[in-house]
Design a binder for this molecule. Structure first.
Ligand code: M6R
Length: 614
């Protein structure tokens, strides 16, 4: 939620700040703004509701010449997404500017106190209190030192934050603070940088400093970065992360949108993840650092995640219970955090999070840590909070996922979950080595199976016509594919704004069947599996009500083809891995429906790529 950037150095700040905001726009795109310190010693800025492109147009007409500045792209929490609530926010004197990502939970009390003391507010945001607290500190105990002032201000805050601040009274310096929301820094010969994530720093560095929770940093015009603790002591060796940059990975590279690009990248992502994972000793996941004895003792696994990653969790439960014979509880993180848990010395928690920054998921991991569980993370983003706070990390290596709609991370996370399951099953003696090798070989065929589906995108384009006059859609499936249905429905509503609901196919007759009428689109996942006949019966029930049935079926299934309006064909695929192949059709279908409805598939309204508020 919200992307923030800052720069101080020898070059012009505005070009980097605007480029950085464009890169971080997936984190929020309600409004955007920039503030720089002008040559006359005064702050000046531009901010507006809408996208970074609108901000860039306005900036082109403004005098933003400066070598020091901060900028923000917003996902609104407190205050409508309009010009006045756009960041940066200033204090009463106009000499302090801040950008903030997170939520200030006690802002209301602080605001009352500040207003009573004579401060006047220009926005409805929670963030603005930070600028006014800094204003008081600058004039008081901080004696004009922006870093000290920010530290004093943060001592008054409750909630979560990444804050980047500057003051005309401490020129050329940028102060940063982090608690809960991510912030990375870079020290280079050309200047010092701050950003919400490493993608915004591609092209300027291959080494970032990761600010820890509770830490502060000072960025100076000579390019130096100094990190401090909460009590003001300098940290002699801050946390560095070396990045193996592929800057082109975060560009469109000829594709019309990131969703199209990322859907097409799935085969290579899975190949990368699988490479070298099978050895004579079974699956190699040494990065998890857990002994065979510890695995054999695991009494229960909690799988916790949100959104699309939660859907991966649902399938992970089926896999682990079937193959590793360990009981699994799977919960959406937002619910899990308020539930009682049963943790013993042998309980494992697996969090699944593409970004590694989802607040609810991180809170779940912390809760499980406190309760004494070992926590593993399946994540995409190198050095993310989930990765840093977990006892073991399995990186899915899918490369940057820019589109807010998760596609390649979903299938890569699923493959990672299969690897984890095979690893646990083999090490605890539930699965023989030969069986592990056989399953692994099946996994290695997935990239080509997905390529086959990608080549059939014309089927999804044609099927999208069935949604032209629809106001809602139903997705059905059985077993693991009831989750494929859930993920397909999530994709459709997220990018096309068309209401969609998913149901286990056999449950339809207990309620949702009342929705059906001629023309109502029903997408049914009906592969050649053990429940195919039952699912075909459900298709019959759909057809009998005159609804339009679109089926995801296995090549050659003429029984299904003869019943339904459209078929999205998948090649024969081992039963447990159908969700990884079938979803590719549903991703493409959602995209085509969304494009036909004129939607921005990469930046759906109201959403943000990483949800860093609970
Ligand atoms: O980064 P995470 O995997 O933790 O994100 C979880 C959800 O916010 C995310 O999967 C969301 O549901 C996607 N936009 C779905 O496409």
């Amino acid at each position: 939620m919200c992307g923030i950037v800052g720069y101080t150095g020898a070059s012009q700040a505005a070009p980097f700040l605007l480029d950085g905001l464009k890169t971080l726009e997936y984190r929020g795109y309600d409004s955007a703004g920039i503030e720089v310190l002008g040559g006359d010693g005064r702050l000046r800025g531009v901010k507006c509701a809408g996208r970074v492109s609108s901000l860039a147009e306005r900036c082109a007409k403004a005098d933003l010449r400066s070598t020091c500045g901060i900028a923000h792209t917003r996902w609104a929490t407190h205050g409508a997404p309009n010009d006045r609530n756009a960041h940066p926010h200033l204090d009463c004197t106009g000499r302090v500017a801040i950008v903030h990502n997170g939520i200030i939970e006690n802002f209301s009390e602080l605001k009352d106190e500040l207003v009573a003391a004579g401060h006047s507010f220009a926005s409805d945001t929670d963030s603005e209190v930070i600028a006014h607290l800094i204003e008081d500190a600058m004039a008081g105990d901080a004696a004009g030192d922006i870093l000290v002032a920010l530290r004093l201000a943060c001592a008054r805050l409750e909630g979560s934050w990444a804050v980047v601040a500057m003051s005309a009274d401490d020129p050329g310096r940028i102060a940063c603070a982090r608690k809960g929301s991510p912030l990375v820094l870079a020290s280079t010969d050309g200047g010092a940088y701050a950003a919400s994530d490493i993608t915004a720093l591609a092209g300027v560095t291959s080494r970032v400093i990761q600010l820890d929770n509770g830490q502060f940093a000072s960025l100076d015009a000579d390019g130096s970065v100094r990190v401090f603790t909460e009590t003001g002591d300098e940290v002699s060796s801050p946390d560095f992360l070396d990045i193996d940059w592929d800057a082109s990975a975060a560009t469109l590279g000829g594709y019309p949108d990131f969703m199209a690009k990322e859907i097409s990248e799935q085969p290579e992502a899975i190949e990368r993840l699988l490479k070298g994972r099978l050895t004579d000793n079974g699956i190699e996941l040494d990065e998890l650092e857990i002994s065979d004895e510890e695995i054999a003792a695991i009494d229960r696994i909690y799988v916790v995640a949100c959104g699309t990653s939660y859907h991966v969790g649902l399938i992970t439960r089926t896999l682990i219970e079937s193959w590793a014979k360990i009981p699994v509880v799977v919960e959406p993180a937002s619910e899990f955090n308020y539930e009682d848990v049963l943790v013993t010395d042998h309980t494992l928690c697996v969090i699944i999070t593409q970004s590694g920054e989802t607040a609810d998921t991180l809170a779940s991991a912390r809760k499980m840590h406190e309760a004494g569980a070992r926590v593993f993370a399946i994540t995409n983003v190198l050095g993310s909070t989930a990765a840093r706070e977990s006892d073991g990390v399995l990186y899915i290596q899918a490369g940057p996922e820019v589109s807010v709609c998760s596609t390649k991370a979903y299938t890569a996370q699923m493959v990672a979950a299969v690897l984890l399951t095979l690893y646990l099953a083999h090490r605890n003696g539930s699965m023989a080595t030969g069986e592990v090798s056989r399953r692994y070989r099946e996994l290695t065929k997935l990239p080509d199976l997905i390529r086959t589906v990608l080549d059939r995108s014309w089927q999804d384009k044609a099927a999208a016509h069935e949604f032209e006059h629809a106001g809602s859609a139903l997705f059905l499936g059985r077993g693991v594919n009831s989750t494929t249905a859930a993920e397909g429905a999530l994709k459709l509503k997220e990018v096309s704004y068309l209401h969609a609901e998913a149901y286990p196919a056999g449950e339809m007759k207990h309620g949702p069947i009342a929705l059906l009428e001629p023309g109502f689109p029903v997408v049914t996942i009906v592969p050649n599996d053990r429940v195919r006949e039952k699912t075909i019966s459900n298709i019959q029930e759909v057809i009998a009500r005159g609804a339009t049935c679109i089926a995801v079926a296995t090549d050659g299934d003429e029984d299904v083809a003869s019943l339904v309006e459209r078929v999205l064909w998948i090649p024969p695929t081992p039963e447990y891995f159908v969700p990884i192949v079938a979803i590719v059709h549903l991703q493409m279908l959602a995209r085509y429906v969304a494009l036909a409805r004129g939607c921005d598939v990469d930046k759906p309204r109201n959403l943000a790529k990483s949800v860093t508020v609970e």
